[in-house]
Design a protein around this ligand. Structure first.
Ligand SMILES: [Zn+2]
Length: 380
């Protein structure tokens, strides 16, 4: 395209103003200049992309305009300030980059409005999620400063990939951390909250050490915060089961039907709830299984009488409580974004004795006032 044709005067307006006074200039948006700047080159570039670690290289022919319009980093690289730009000015087309080649290819495809599918993030032969590919994709978008520009398309791609992952396999912590890292890098607060909630709810026992190559993209305290939420849920579950067992023992002793205690504990053991010292069940499984526990007849009588504190009613409240607490982490608090796009824990279910700051969440003035008033009520 000839650069001169892009700065033609706009077509004259057919609208005539009533007076002889100066005509107001029609609104004119020069999208070309807005996107690219007056001195940018409209031309092709050949990106030779080499992976520093693996050594594989690919070649991508792309539009300088498209890349420069979306990315300040590309714009600077193609300018005369850099050797790459000077080389382009001298008529050479190749620019050498060191990046994960496939990730850079996906970035270029998205920027050129070419289709990209979630299969890119799975191993073609056995359908396993490619963690490096997923995190590499997010980090390349961040490196070239396209997080904002590709907000919607990166969200759609991550979402589709997550769907595909869930359809292919049961949730694994390693993959969950990778999705959380990608969501964190790409600034998707809802997805980040959902993934961290999934981590807290699906993990059985302590979190093991995670891949430092993935963790480097997350806040230093990330695993500590997630583990702290998981431990809190574990304690809540233990307390729910302990109270239930105590109630059964008390009622069984009162009515001299102590054999019920053994039957009940066996029942709990079959569901994996007993003994408490065993590897703890993931919260998600407890939330699913808890309402299915058979309550011994002598306690269940209270249910039939419709008592508000009947064991079944108390269990239902406990399950609701477990669902409400530990909803995952707020990306905006962790990144100091100023405005939180996801809801924090509700004041009524904020865990007792836990500082929200320890869970990576800033406490708003409103939340602080609610907490203070709750503390005053408690003290009074
Ligand atoms: Zn927040």
């Amino acid at each position: 395209m000839d650069a001169d044709t892009t700065s033609q005067a706009p077509p004259a307006s057919t609208h005539t103003s009533p007076g002889p006074q100066e005509q107001a200039a029609p609104l004119f948006f020069d999208l070309i200049e807005m996107a690219y700047g007056p001195n940018d080159k409209i031309d092709d570039v050949i990106l030779v992309v080499k992976d520093y670690h693996v050594g594989t290289a690919i070649t991508i022919r792309a539009s300088i305009y498209v890349l420069a319009a979306a990315s300040k980093v590309f714009r600077a690289l193609f300018s005369d300030r850099y050797a790459e730009g000077q080389s382009l000015s001298a008529g050479r087309k190749e620019v050498h980059l060191e990046d994960p080649p496939k990730s850079l290819l996906i970035l270029c495809q998205l920027l050129h409005h070419l289709p990209v599918y979630e299969v890119e993030f799975f191993d073609g032969t056995d359908g396993v999620l490619l963690i490096e590919g997923l995190v590499g994709f997010a980090s390349v978008i961040d490196k070239y400063d396209c997080v904002h520009h590709l907000h919607l398309s990166s969200y759609a791609l991550l979402h589709k990939t997550l769907h595909e992952y869930n359809a292919r396999t049961a949730f694994q912590v390693k993959e969950g951390v990778a999705f959380a890292a990608a969501a964190y890098i790409l600034n998707h607060s809802r997805l980040f909250k959902d993934m961290t909630r999934e981590l807290v709810h699906e993990q059985s026992g302590n979190f093991r050490k995670q891949d430092p190559d993935v963790l480097q993209y997350l806040p230093d305290r990330f695993m500590e915060i997630v583990e702290s939420q998981r431990m809190y849920i574990e304690r809540e579950i233990n307390s729910i089961i302990t109270i239930l067992v105590e109630e059964v023992i008390t009622e069984a002793c009162k009515t001299s039907k102590t054999h019920i205690i053994v039957l009940f504990l066996e029942n709990l053991e079959n569901h994996g709830f007993w003994p408490l010292t065993h590897t703890p069940l993931p919260a998600a499984e407890v939330i699913y299984m808890l309402p299915k526990i058979d309550i011994p007849m002598l306690l269940a009588e209270a249910d039939r009488a419709g008592a508000s504190q009947s064991p079944k009613a108390a269990l239902a409240i406990s399950v609701k409580h477990l669902k409400l607490i530990c909803k995952g982490l707020c990306l905006d608090c962790l990144k100091d974004n100023g405005l939180c796009r996801v809801q924090h824990l509700r004041e009524s279910v904020n865990p007792a004795g836990i500082s929200m700051a320890d869970w990576g969440m800033k406490v708003t003035a409103e939340e602080q006032a609610a907490a203070d008033s709750a503390a005053r009520l408690h003290d009074g």
